[in-house]
Ligand binder design. Structure first.
Ligand SMILES: Cc1ncc(COP(=O)(O)O)c(C=O)c1O
Length: 381
C-alpha cells in the first residue's frame, strides 16, 4: 500500500489524463524513437563492438566498480581520447548517461554565490542538477537573448567573484528548434559568462559526420562545456562531457554522479567506439537530412506548417491543446500503423500539448507523406 498522499497524486494524474504507463514497443512505423540514424540495430556496430571486446578485454561482463576504484578498463581511456579528438575538445569524460552527466555537472560545478541562467525549456536532467547545486538559478524566456540580458543584469552581483553560467540545448528535445548559439556566445563574451550546451539531439544529426551544432558552426572552442549523449543518434548508451583538462580533473574529484556509481561495462564503451567509427563513413546522416527537408516540404504542401513549431532538426512538433485531444489523435494515428507519441502536460506546459514526430534516416518518403496526410485529416476536423 502507498500513502494517501501518493495515492492522491496518482488520482490527479488519472483525472488530468496524464497518467504515465509503461507500454510494449509496438512494432509500428517509427516516428517516436531517438534512433535517428538506425544505429541501435546496426549489424556493423554490433559485430564491431563484439570484435573489439574480444580483442581488447577478452571476457568481462561488467566494469566491477567505480572508475576511481576497479572500473576504469582500458577501453575507457582510448574511447575518451577518440571522443576528444572527434569533437575537437581538450578532454572528454564519459558518464553512465546524459541524465547522470547533467545531474553531476550542475550539482558540482556552480558554487555557492555563483548564478546559473537557464532557458525555460531546458531538459529535466539539468533542472535536477541545478536543484542540487548551491548556486542560485534563474530561467530566461525560451531563446530570448533580451530576456536573458534582463535576467543577468537584474540578478548578477558584478562586484563579487561570482561566476555566471548560462545553459541551453543546441536542439530542444520537446520542441525541435535550435538555440541561437552565435548570439549566446557573443552575449557570454560581453557579460563574462560560461556557456554550457547540451548537444543530446544535435550529436549525429548536425555537421559533417554528425559532430554536433557547435562544431558545425565552428564555435566549439568558445564554450565552457558540452554534453553529448549516446542514447540518441549514436543508438547506444552513455554520455560525454567535453571541456578543458582542468574541468575533467575537477569532475573526477567532485562530481558525485561520476564517483559514486559503477562504470559502464566494457561492452557499452566498445559500442560507443564503434558507433563513432560508423559516423565517420555512414550514408545515414545524409538520408536523415533529406527526410527532414522532405518532411518540411510536405508540411507546406499539406498546409500544416502553421500548426508545427519551426524546426530544422529531426524533431517536429504539432501543437494540439489538451491532454485528451492530443492523446485521441495520437491513438488514431497509431491505429493506422504509425508510432507517433503525444507529449502531455506536465511534461510540456498546459495548452502546449503536442504530437512529437521524430524523423529517421530509415523512414521512407511514402511513410512521411502518409502520416502527414492522416494528421491533416484529423486536425482539419
Ligand atoms: C536534452 C537532453 N539532455 C539529456 C538527456 C538525458 O540523456 P540520457 O537519455 O542519456 O540519460 C536527454 C534525454 O532525454 C535529453 O533530451
Amino acid at each position: 500500500m502507498i500513502s494517501r498522499k501518493l495515492k492522491q497524486k496518482l488520482d490527479n494524474r488519472i483525472k488530468n489524463n496524464s497518467l504515465r504507463l509503461l507500454t510494449d514497443s509496438n512494432g509500428l512505423i517509427d516516428f517516436s524513437s531517438n534512433d535517428y540514424l538506425g544505429f541501435a540495430s546496426s549489424k556493423t556496430i554490433f559485430e564491431g563492438a563484439h570484435r573489439l571486446l574480444v580483442k581488447k578485454i577478452r571476457q568481462k561482463n561488467g566494469a566491477t566498480g567505480s572508475r576511481l576504484l576497479s572500473g576504469n578498463h582500458k577501453l575507457y581511456v582510448e574511447t575518451e581520447k577518440m571522443l576528444a579528438d572527434f569533437h575537437n575538445a581538450q578532454e572528454a569524460l564519459i558518464f553512465n548517461s546524459g541524465y547522470d552527466a547533467n545531474l553531476g555537472f550542475f550539482s558540482a560545478v556552480p558554487q555557492r554565490g555563483d548564478v546559473i541562467f537557464y532557458d525555460e525549456l531546458i531538459h529535466a536532467s539539468i533542472r535536477d542538477g541545478m536543484h542540487m547545486s548551491n548556486a542560485k538559478s534563474y530561467k530566461f524566456k525560451h531563446n530570448d537573448i533580451e530576456n536573458l540580458k534582463f535576467q543577468v543584469e537584474r540578478n548578477r552581483n558584478a562586484s563579487s567573484d561570482q561566476e555566471i553560467y548560462i545553459v541551453t540545448e543546441s536542439v530542444f528535445s520537446m520542441d525541435g528548434d535550435c538555440a541561437d548559439l552565435k548570439s549566446l556566445i557573443a552575449f557570454c563574451q560581453k557579460y563574462n559568462c560560461h556557456l554550457i550546451v547540451d548537444e543530446a539531439h544535435a550529436t549525429g544529426a548536425f555537421g559533417d559526420y554528425g559532430v554536433g551544432l557547435l562544431q558545425k558552426l565552428g564555435l566549439e572552442d568558445r564554450v565552457f562545456a558540452r554534453i553529448n549523449t549516446f542514447g540518441k543518434a549514436l543508438g547506444c548508451h552513455g554520455a560525454v562531457i567535453l571541456g578543458s583538462k582542468d574541468l575533467k580533473t575537477y569532475l573526477v574529484n567532485f562530481c558525485r554522479s561520476f564517483i559514486y556509481t559503477t562504470g559502464l561495462p566494457p561492452h557499452s564503451i566498445a559500442t560507443i567506439k564503434m558507433a563513432y567509427e560508423e559516423l565517420k563513413c555512414t550514408p545515414e546522416i545524409e538520408k536523415l537530412i533529406e527526410n527532414i527537408t522532405f518532411f518540411t516540404q510536405e508540411l507546406e504542401s499539406k498546409h500544416l506548417t502553421s500548426r508545427f513549431i519551426k524546426s530544422n532538426s529531426a524533431i517536429h512538433c504539432c501543437i494540439i491543446s489538451g491532454n485528451e485531444n492530443v492523446k485521441k489523435i495520437a491513438n488514431q494515428i497509431q491505429e493506422k500503423g504509425f508510432d507517433v507519441k503525444p507529449i502531455l502536460s506536465p511534461t510540456v506546459p498546459q495548452g502546449k500539448e503536442r504530437l512529437r514526430f521524430c524523423l529517421h534516416s530509415y523512414n521512407s518518403k511514402e511513410e512521411i507523406s502518409e502520416v502527414l496526410e492522416l494528421l491533416a485529416t484529423f486536425v482539419r476536423i
